[in-house]
Design a protein around this ligand. Sequence first.
Ligand SMILES: Cc1ncc(C[n+]2csc(CCOP(=O)(O)OP(=O)(O)O)c2C)c(N)n1
Ligand SMILES: [Mg+2]
Length: 318
Amino acid sequence: MNDQRRLEIYRKMLLARRLEERIRQLSMSGEMPATLHPGTGQEGCQIAALAALRPDDPMLYGHRGVGYWIARDLPIERILCDIAGKEGGTNRGKGGVMHVVDPTRGILGESGTLGGNFVLGVGVGLAEKFQQTGRLVVMFFGDGTSNRGQFHEAANFAAVKRLPCLFFCENNGWAVSVPARTSTAVENIADRASGYGMRGAIVDGSDLEAVHAITAEVAAQVRTGGGPALIEAKVARLGPHFLGDPEHYRSREEIEAQQARDPLPRFQQALEQRGLLDAARVAQLEDEIRQQIDSAVEFARRQPLVAASTARENVYAS
Ligand SMILES: Cc1ncc(C[n+]2csc(CCOP(=O)(O)OP(=O)(O)O)c2C)c(N)n1
Ligand SMILES: [Mg+2]
């Protein structure tokens, strides 16, 4: 990865972190619903992985955080409007935080019932293969979601048809309040890949250089007819499951131990050592991001709530 990309990943990670902090404040004051699943600790991994792909590679994202959309340069005022149920969102505010969609940026959406992404994703992969576009489809998902039936069905189908599908697992060791060791028999989700005849790779999701490198390497194989692959990033969920979650199931010690895996200070330090950042530049970036978020919040505040009279628009039944 070159230095320009390193700085872009840093700026986007910082924006995602600060935007989620603001959304949390707006939720606590009652101005926005507390439905966001914070991506704190995982946003850098998402952004570094997506930076290694083509900007037009179709993506079905996971439910954790705003990082996927920021990686694809979706204007943050549109994200806020979607969350707040306002006109101006990608879905006119009708879909909420889980259904931000912008096909022009390859953001195809997410299935509210976890696992739906897999079967939709292999369908997209099949279309890309037929049309010989040279694109791959990336599907992000969590460790808990890998236990759903659709994962196994989709992984087998993708491998049989050698589809350009990249399964990207963010393993944070939790599914809401359930630790992975009580729900999942294998230590590594990537170990399952060989059972479907595809490559599996494991990476430290807090090491953004490594995430970018392995994603670029695996994607090159997937894109050029090598068949699907699975990358498992071991990540730290630093926040609650969703904003309204009191996290009674995690001890303070466990949460504090996780903080040591936060990629934000780690990547910042690495960039400082490379001479790409210093305290003044970080302060300037923080300032720019604060202003960007302030004006997006003001925009969202001025937007009307989506009118009830539009409920039947864009509804399709067959
Ligand atoms: C089919 C289905 N079952 C349950 C839920 C409720 N649910 C939302 S997130 C979640 C946990 C998912 O865990 P994981 O895949 O590890 O992702 P993480 O939240 O850790 O990022 C659950 C059970 C859902 N949305 N869909
Ligand atoms: Mg999880």
